[in-house]
Write a protein that binds this ligand. Structure first.
Ligand SMILES: [Ca+2]
Ligand SMILES: [Ca+2]
Length: 468
């Protein structure tokens, strides 16, 4: 063996503070390596590559080299200079996920955070779609870039998290843009392969009513999957053991289809991913809240109680999936997966159903708020949506999503709203008929009034004016 020969590197590098950097060297004949910072050995850095996971300002203009040795001696590389650009950009929100089981919302940021600012409760505001504030009891920084907001008992709902004053971990401690906001996503394991299903094996044609979320399945039986039946012996090599025996025949004829339902709690979302795997003999149609999601082994066209599957699953049906389908019909509160399992033939000797389902609502990072000097009312997500309810014959309650942001920088204050009514709209919104009813507290989203003289059978129009 000859002496070590270095043919290239390490090369000068320029990176932004907080980013990783890797130095490499091209050589021949080397057996051992020792990297050096400003001529001094770096403990433990004895590989042919050298990586700094998070570069700080302290590394700026430092020199890095590597001593490479074999039995014929040691050769030291030339120096590479590391140039560190200062971080001048604040952290950004990249996501948030609600976990109702642990009572947390985990908020993700684009870079490592300053712990003190990240763990200050006052820097976060969590509201539901009605603008009601959800209290949080702690904010804990984990893995440098995530903050776990604890809110014990938090129910499944669409929450908006507004963040201000959180700073990055750089030398500059750059701050996030005031009122940065994200709508939290939600991941839920609905049911496992061995999970419980309500089922109806009564050989009754339930039409289509049973597919709706509101259908009462209170008198249906329930049991853990695999649910099924077999004339003869259930094969020993089934992918899932038979845990609940259902009815195959009504004693004079076999049952063409059996219905299954399982409920879960979620909330209205523009779209979500429904991911599932199945074990079905022979065919199935899967619905979410009455809307068909997928057919497995079923013909095209209208499916009736007596429709037969388009395939035969055999003695040991296979696990199928995972399938991922986009669903757009989640509702606030109780949602239901409905499944009808059909036989391939009325003399089929077996029927089985098991399914593993999960739902994922993705978080939505809202458009960045305006920078200083921009009109704060440009924050589109802050415009309220109005609801109205009749309380008594002469009073109503108006409620809305969050109060909008004030027009005054730094855009982190809620505006006061003036509530007005009119009895006619003869000149449209610019009419002089509008009468002030009062103003609301900027941190509430409800206004009740009894100041409606003789309102019986008279139309009332309401509007808000931003007072500041
Ligand atoms: Ca930064
Ligand atoms: Ca069968």
């Amino acid at each position: 063996m000859g002496s070590v020969v270095i043919t290239g590197g390490p090369a000068d590098q320029t990176v932004m503070e907080g980013q990783p950097v890797t130095f490499t060297v091209m050589q021949a004949g080397g057996a051992t390596f020792q990297w050096k910072r400003n001529g001094t050995n770096i403990p433990g850095e004895t590989n042919y590559v050298f990586r700094i996971p998070t570069v700080t300002q302290a590394y700026n203009t430092n020199l890095f080299s590597v001593a490479i040795a074999n039995t014929n001696g040691t050769v030291t590389s030339t120096n590479a200079t590391l140039f560190v650009l200062p971080d001048t950009v604040g952290p950004q929100l990249v996501g948030a996920v609600l976990n109702t089981a642990s009572g947390n919302i985990t908020v993700s940021f684009s870079e490592p955070l300053n712990a003190a600012s990240a763990q200050t409760l006052a820097n976060y505001r969590v509201t539901n779609t009605l603008g009601q504030v959800r209290s949080i009891t702690s904010a804990t920084l984990v893995n440098q870039t995530n903050v776990v907001l604890a809110s014990p008992g938090i129910p499944a709902a669409r929450y908006t998290i507004v963040v201000s004053n959180v700073r990055d971990a750089s030398t500059g401690n750059n701050v996030i843009r005031t009122n940065s906001a994200v709508v939290a996503g939600y991941d839920l394991d609905i049911v496992s392969m061995g999970g419980n299903w309500k089922y109806n094996d009564s050989d009754t044609d339930l039409g289509t009513d049973w597919r709706s979320a509101g259908y009462s399945d209170a008198d249906w039986a329930s049991g853990p999957a695999l649910l099924g039946a077999k004339r003869g012996t259930v094969p020993a090599n089934m992918p899932e053991p038979l845990r609940t025996t259902i009815t195959l025949s009504n004693n004079t004829a076999d049952i063409p289809a059996v219905y299954f339902r399982t409920a879960f709690t979620a909330f209205k979302a523009p779209s979500a991913e429904l991911t599932f795997s199945t074990l079905v003999d022979d065919g199935a149609v899967i619905y979410l809240n009455g809307v068909e999601v997928r057919r497995i082994g079923m013909p095209v066209g209208t499916i009736n109680f007596t429709t037969l599957a388009s395939r035969t699953a055999g003695d040991t049906p296979a696990l199928e999936g995972p399938f991922t389908d986009i669903v757009t019909n989640l509702v606030d509160g109780v949602n239901v997966i409905e499944v009808e399992v059909h036989q391939a033939a009325l003399d089929s000797s077996d029927i089985y159903w098991a399914g593993q389902f999960a739902i994922s609502i993705k978080p939505v990072v809202l458009p960045p708020p305006p920078t200083n000097g921009t009109t704060c009312s440009a924050i589109a997500w802050a415009y309220p949506q109005l609801k109205i309810a009749s309380l008594t014959t002469n009073s109503v309650r108006l409620s809305w999503s969050e109060n909008p942001i004030t027009n005054a920088a730094p855009c982190n204050q809620r505006a006061v709203l003036t509530v007005q009514y009119a009895t006619t709209l003869t000149n449209g919104a610019t009419s002089g008929n509008w009468v002030d009813l009062g103003t609301n507290n900027p941190m509430t989203n409800v206004f009740s009034t009894t100041n409606l003289s003789n309102p019986t059978n008279i139309a009332r129009f309401f509007r808000f004016k931003k007072a500041n």
